[in-house]
Design a binder for this molecule. Structure first.
Ligand code: SF4
Length: 64
């Protein structure tokens, strides 16, 4: 899988970082991104939950 965050769409709600803190991080302005090295989802089943809870559908998961 390949996890990505659309930083243009992200509104900094922090739900992804609370749900899967091993995969997502936020910068100083609250914009979320994938932690370098965790683009494959880091084996965390909560990645899909993060996709679901993001209020602006900024998180994408592509199956490779
Ligand atoms: S849940 Fe969505 S809007 Fe909130 S920080 Fe994560 S990607 Fe951004």
């Amino acid at each position: 899988m390949r996890v990505s965050v659309d930083s243009e769409r992200c509104v900094g709600a922090a739900l992804c970082t609370m749900t899967a803190p091993g995969v997502f991080e936020q910068d100083d302005e609250g914009v979320s991104g994938v932690i370098p090295g965790s683009e494959d989802g880091a084996g965390d089943p909560k990645v899909h939950e993060a996709v679901r809870v993001c209020p602006v559908q900024a998180i994408s998961v592509a199956v490779e």
